[in-house]
Write a protein that binds this ligand. Structure first.
Ligand code: ASP
Length: 453
């Protein structure tokens, strides 16, 4: 049995939904269909979720939400027209949206989650209606009734473990099940959404709960690429990679699947297959527990900008018990999360996303590190890019680091920082943002182009 999830661009128009129908019909194992809200039809188009957020913002500030409201209804109407669904379903959607807009606003973020969730909820109803119109037994599944329980964290809900057992009973339902992505219900029965793009998470939860053989995630690219296609022209496609490799590659250019979506599938050992709705014949990319190593040490190179490092140096730091804990404790007090902590005998750098900081906070952090840790030097460096070179094959291959640093040297890229070893499947390079592209191109050239000719 397969759980199949379709992203927003796969459901953006009637024509796209027809493709979804064909894909589902072409494989009798595809039983559960998880849907996003209608996404963009073309690059300047609006996503229904963004329109719903606009509606909510206007309502909360006592302004007229008519424009985005009409746009949402317009999107569903044009899809219904294309699919020949008639006016009834649009009336229902309109009523549902008005009820949500007129609902309790005393807790704005909960109000907002109810609105956002309507994008997926109404789309699932529409897709199920269309399947039935085509003579297929299909039903919309209400996540509340099915038992998808989540924590009461608006915009960042987490699945509760009891959901898994409850959702298993969906097996008893006949026909195709169309399940809205992106949200669940708290124990008190209120709607809470996952973080943005969270329909991927719903699909993975269902695959785990229903003990599926495969979780298929249909999107609008043929595969996960070995490097960001905005940096390297027509990069190689990855046919298969492990959950760990995918996780290490979760920076820009590899955001095909939501970060949190790997967890439920990984825990149940269910392979995830990324495929293209617009080209279903393409082999796509499989994410699995183990793979045979046939492609050399590196499977992918990811990078991202917008990092800074807090460099702290203190003579004899290595002998001081609790230094690291105290340093990270200070960052915790400021609510900061960090990405990496490369360290030496007398110094340590903490790398974090710089959008979390401002100049006032930076000064306070520095002052506290000097005052509480008696550091000799504290320096904050900005505008760093991180590059992750990833591959399970690195463990068996000698000299991968040497090849990478040589390639960077040849491209005249100064390496600000290196972190290797803690993860057996990746190497991290910190470089100046201005050098990012050149560095990634040089590494791609070294590991993907030079070796195969
Ligand atoms: N529609 C939601 C979003 O745009 C969730 C999703 O598409 O997965 O974030």
């Amino acid at each position: 049995m397969k759980v199949v999830k379709f992203g927003g661009s796969s459901l953006a128009s009637g024509k796209q939904i027809e493709k979804v129908f064909q894909i589902v019909m072409s494989d009798p194992e595809r039983k559960v269909v998880v849907v996003s809200a209608p996404g963009k039809r073309y690059s300047e188009d609006d996503k229904v979720t963004d329109l719903l957020i606009e509606c909510g913002d206007l309502c909360l500030s006592n302004r007229d939400p008519r424009k985005p409201f009409d746009a949402v209804i317009g999107r569903y109407s044009s899809i219904a027209d294309e699919l020949g669904l008639g006016a009834e379903i649009i009336k229902e959607i309109q009523k549902d949206l008005l009820d949500r807009l007129n609902g309790d606003k005393s807790k704005p973020d909960r109000f907002m989650d109810r609105l956002k969730a309507s994008g997926e909820d109404n789309n699932a109803k529409m897709v199920a209606t269309y399947f039935r119109k085509r003579g297929i037994e299909a039903s919309y599944v209400d996540p509340k009734e099915a038992g998808l329980l989540v924590s009461d964290e608006p915009g960042n809900a987490q699945v509760l473990t009891e959901s898994y057992e409850r959702l298993f009973s969906l097996h008893e339902r006949p026909g195709f099940l169309v399940f809205p992505g992106f949200f669940g219900y708290s124990k008190e029965g209120e709607v809470f959404t996952f973080s943005r793009s969270g329909s991927d998470i719903t699909g993975s939860i269902l695959a785990n709960a229903m003990k599926a053989d495969l979780y298929e995630n249909f999107t609008d690219v043929d595969a996960v690429y070995s490097v960001n296609p905005n940096i390297v022209n027509r990069p190689k496609e990855i046919k298969e990679l492990t959950y760990r490799e995918m996780r290490e590659l979760s920076y820009a250019g590899f955001t095909v699947l939501h970060d949190e979506a790997l967890v439920p599938a990984f825990r149940a050992g269910i392979p995830v297959h990324i495929k293209n709705t617009n080209n279903p014949a393409a082999p796509g990319t499989r994410i699995v527990s183990d793979r045979k190593n046939t492609n050399g040490p590196v499977i992918g190179i990811a990078s991202d900008q917008g990092f800074c490092s807090i460099y702290v140096s203190k003579y004899l730091m290595n002998r001081e018990v609790g230094f690291g804990r105290k340093l990270l404790g200070i960052l915790e007090d400021f609510g900061l999360s960090y990405e990496h902590t490369p360290s030496g005998i007398d110094d340590v750098s903490v790398i974090l996303r710089e959008s979390q900081l401002d100049s006032v906070m930076e000064k306070e952090i520095k002052d506290r590190i000097f005052a509480e840790l008696h550091a000799d030097e504290v320096r904050i460096e900005h505008s760093l890019a991180l590059i992750m070179v990833v591959g399970e094959g690195m463990r068996q291959n000698v000299g991968t680091m040497a090849r990478a640093s040589k390639a960077l040297a040849k491209a005249q890229v100064n390496i600000e920082m290196i972190n290797q070893g803690s993860s057996e499947v990746s190497m991290m390079f910190g470089v100046k943002e201005v050098d990012e592209k050149r560095a990634v191109q040089a590494l791609y050239e070294e590991f993907f182009v030079a070796v195969t000719v």
